[in-house]
Design a protein around this ligand. Structure first.
Ligand code: ZN
Length: 189
């Protein structure tokens, strides 16, 4: 496994529609392993292949264990993920992105979704995700279509630069968004 470089806003790969994976060889497993390591090193809770300059439809999501909620750590790796069902309800929430460092924005997302795709070996898999997990899936799948969270912010007033003070002492809301999206406060300095 290896930590790969995360590309940022302005790099053309972030704006490409990623290719579907049709051949499941060892390089797909390698890519997923590297993405998991890169996500954890960032640290972040989600990563899409275009963020490591690979224009292919692969995402990984890793939620840490929540001792307060009593929920275990979760790890998802999806090849060719597709949202096949969505809630009617949407909810606004703060998002950040490892490829848009230093910014947070309010984005509307479905409160639950069903995602279908394949694993590293091409085996079909399906997950129903809600709340934060649903938000992260929607954020990462957007990356596969060349879309960033800043494109979904409807009002420029709903996007803001994280100030150095916030980095050192993030507001509770910012800290939560940073910890839960693919960007975490410790990575900001
Ligand atoms: Zn992102």
């Amino acid at each position: 496994m290896a930590v790969r470089e995360i590309i940022t806003l302005g790099h053309p790969t972030l704006r490409h529609k990623a290719r579907k994976i049709t051949k499941f060889g060892p390089e797909v497993k390698q890519l997923i392993d590297d993405m998991v390591e890169t996500m954890r090193a960032a640290p972040g809770v989600g990563l899409a292949a275009p963020q490591v300059n690979v224009a292919e439809r692969v995402i990984v999501i890793g939620l840490p264990e929540d001792e307060e909620e009593g929920t275990p750590a979760e790890l998802y790796a999806f090849v060719n993920p597709e949202i096949v069902k969505t809630s009617r309800d949407v909810e606004e929430g703060q998002e950040g992105c490892l490829s848009v460092p230093g910014y947070l924005g309010e984005v509307s997302r479905h409160t639950w979704i069903v995602v279908r795709g394949q694993d590293a070996y091409g085996k079909p898999q399906r997950v129903r995700a809600r709340d934060h997990l649903a938000r992260i899936f929607q954020h990462e799948i957007d990356h596969l279509n060349g879309m960033l969270f800043i494109d979904r912010v409807t009002d420029p007033a709903k996007i803001h630069k994280i100030t150095p003070e916030e980095t050192a002492q993030p507001t509770a809301e910012a800290a939560e968004a940073l910890a839960l999206m693919d960007r975490a406060p410790v990575a900001l300095s």
